[in-house]
Ligand binder design. Structure first.
Ligand code: P6P
Length: 338
């Protein structure tokens, strides 16, 4: 297959579908370029002097790694001048970042987690970037946090990168999910898989088992059945993986199926969950649904949620459709009995 670089893919998507507006194409290219810079910084590891803690905390109250701060700055520097954005919002910033008056403004809002799974950085485990693109409401030139609070179905594009043995960009523009691999010699992302599909069934689950005693009964029931394997009602054995980098766990599911769960539990109930809706759950839910999977809180389709706050947290259950639907049915039965 002739190597198709991201630029060509986007130009052909723009020509064929006519739905890819020129400034959205530019936005995707600039985000990809920012991710290349992050990949380069991460690849240096200790040699780059960017590992370890930044000595600061983010809006989540989490200690920031130097690379969290650097990745966020790379995104801001890359996206400010292009004229395609009205504002950006990030896990690492309390409030949205407006485009400086010296630059033109565009029609899109970019919301992102610049370095997801960064607690894994210091132990050299895959991490990544997650991004989501929304339209800026008509006539709004100085958007505030409220203008970002759109349900996930309003996303016009979503993607993630995995900084692993190779650097991958997984992208959807609303018409399937496609994989690009970074060719470091060319300096380009090259199309390596079209139309990723998630198998509807799976025998592999991803959850942090150390939280087991904190889960709600329907999740307890579901996981107990998986662990019981052949000796239980599922009548087959299951395998478990937990990388603790959402991008790595989700990419495994995009590649070979599986179910990923960060459910509501007693530890995170008061916050609404662990993972963030706007720049983790929503973009991953769009990608998973575009690949034939499902994404739910256990009680609601994630993409239908009406956001109440920029850094809102939600429970996340996503992946192989038949398994997600089973977990949802267990929640429904439990709620009906309660
Ligand atoms: P735990 C990383 O900090 C993250 O936000 C996700 O990438 C990951 O799935 C989850 O948290 C890991 O959480 O509680 O297992 O450390």
């Amino acid at each position: 297959m002739k190597a198709v670089a991201l630029t060509r893919f986007l130009i052909e998507a723009q020509r064929e579908r006519g739905q890819l507006a020129p400034d959205l194409r530019l936005l995707i290219e600039i985000v990809a370029r920012a991710c290349k810079s992050i990949s380069h910084a991460i690849g240096k590891g200790e040699l780059g002097g960017v590992l370890g803690s930044a000595g600061s905390t983010n809006v989540q109250g989490e200690a920031q790694k130097k690379l969290d701060v650097l990745s966020n700055e790379i995104f801001l520097d890359a996206n400010e001048w292009g004229g395609h954005l009205a504002a950006l919002a990030s896990e690492e910033m309390d409030d949205p970042h407006l485009i400086p008056h010296r630059y033109p403004k565009g029609n899109y809002l970019l919301v992102f987690d610049p370095l997801d799974g960064s607690s894994n950085i210091d132990v050299n485990v895959s991490v990544g970037t997650i991004f989501s693109v929304l339209r800026c409401p008509e006539g709004i030139t100085e958007p505030n946090a409220e203008h970002f609070l759109q349900p996930g179905v309003k996303q016009v594009a979503a993607g993630y990168t995995v900084y692993g043995p190779s650097t991958l960009l997984i992208l959807t523009l609303g018409d399937g999910v496609h994989q690009f691999t970074l060719d470091r010699e060319l300096g380009s992302f090259v199309l390596t898989k079209r139309n990723l599909r998630i198998a509807e069934d799976t025998s592999e689950f991803a959850i942090n088992m150390s939280n087991q005693r904190h889960w709600e009964p329907p999740v307890q029931r579901y996981i107990d059945e998986l662990v019981a394997g052949k000796t239980g009602p599922r009548e087959r054995d299951f395998n478990m993986r937990w990388v603790a980098s959402m991008v790595a766990d989700v990419h495994r599911i995009m590649t070979r199926g599986g179910i990923f769960m960060y459910p509501l539990d007693a530890k995170t109930r008061d916050k609404g969950g662990k993972l963030r809706l706007m720049y983790e759950a929503n973009p991953m839910a769009m990608l998973v649904e575009q690949a034939g999977g499902a994404a739910s809180t256990g009680r609601q389709r994630i993409l239908d949620l009406a956001p109440a706050a920029l850094h809102q947290r939600v429970p996340v259950i996503l992946g192989s459709r038949n398994e997600v639907e089973r977990v949802v049915s267990y929640h429904r039965s439990y709620d009906q009995q309660s």
